[in-house]
Design a protein around this ligand. Structure first.
Ligand code: GUN
Length: 283
């Protein structure tokens, strides 16, 4: 029997319904959470992501500002905009869409975002707080992954979780969040030699390596929870995950589809972070 799906679309809708209600309550007190999104250049995928963020703000009742800047914007101009948004009282969250054009140093821009408005969780102070387990704004995709695992009902404490991929925005923070849940975590990456063997020991397998259909059934222990963070555009224009869904679903436990798995959770967690940042700003 094929494994059950973990629907990020459905979980997102449930969380968004709660967020909408909270925003309504705040609005009744004349307080509106606000998110500013900054897009530099015309990368087609980034344009879609930014539109979806704008739409989520609208749907949930957040105040939203989108700053679309030309690709030749100078770093100083972008830093000046970030500085203005840092001081703008009706803005509680700031997101600068990545990647930035090559002449702009991403790290300089991320470092310039006020720590308490960094709803991506990318600022070094928020990353450090994540490492030491302090209360911080958690990076959105990793937080969404943990939420989806929780929704399967699986108790993570004591389980063996294997993460494939060690990126700063997914693999590393996911491994830290799994440790917070008291899982035992193994990290695999492009240089790991016995990857399939390690993965077959996983009760929870999180795949974020950025290669279409990389993980097949030979990587999966029967019944394991499989979370696919991959979003790879194939030559035929279709979206594929990092997991070969058809073969893995035959033996795994609950598994996320692509699309409709982790993807919808990222923006939902961004909205949740914006609400958290907004509420904290009131003291
Ligand atoms: N580009 C792709 N994913 C993300 C994300 O989560 N945050 C930002 N700022 N840029 C991205």
């Amino acid at each position: 029997m094929a494994a059950p799906l973990i629907s990020g679309t459905q979980v997102s809708q449930e969380i968004r319904a709660d967020l909408r209600k909270e925003v309504e309550e705040l609005k009744a007190q004349d307080f509106v959470p606000g998110l500013a999104v900054v897009l530099v250049g015309e990368d087609p995928a980034s344009q879609v992501y930014v539109r979806n963020k704008e739409k989520a703000c609208h749907d949930l009742g957040f105040y939203s500002e989108v700053h679309r800047l030309p690709a030749d914007t100078q770093q100083e101009e972008l830093l000046a905009l970030v500085d203005r948004l840092n001081r703008q009282e009706n803005i509680h969250g700031i997101l600068v869409q990545l990647p930035l054009p090559g002449h702009i140093e991403e790290k300089a821009v991320i470092d310039a975002i006020a720590v308490h408005k960094d709803v991506d969780g990318f600022h070094p102070v928020n990353v450090g707080n994540l490492v030491i387990g302090d209360d911080s704004l958690l990076p959105c995709t990793p937080a969404g992954v943990i939420e989806l695992i929780k929704r399967t009902g699986l108790e993570m404490a004591g389980k063996h979780a294997v993460v494939i991929g060690r990126s700063n925005i997914v693999g590393k923070p996911v491994s830290l969040l799994l440790q917070r849940e008291n899982a035992t975590v193994t990290m695999c990456h492009s240089r790991t030699s016995n990857m399939a063997e390690l993965c077959r020991q996983a009760d929870i397998l999180v795949v974020a390596i950025g290669r279409a259909n990389f993980v097949d059934a030979s990587y999966v222990k029967p019944g394991a929870v499989v979370i696919d963070v991959g979003m790879n555009r194939l030559d035929n224009g279709k979206l594929a995950g990092d997991v070969d869904f058809a073969s893995v679903q035959e033996i795994s436990g609950p598994i996320t589809p692509v699309p409709g798995g982790v993807g919808p959770m990222t923006i939902t967690m961004l909205m949740k972070n914006t609400l958290i940042a907004a509420k904290r700003s009131r003291g």
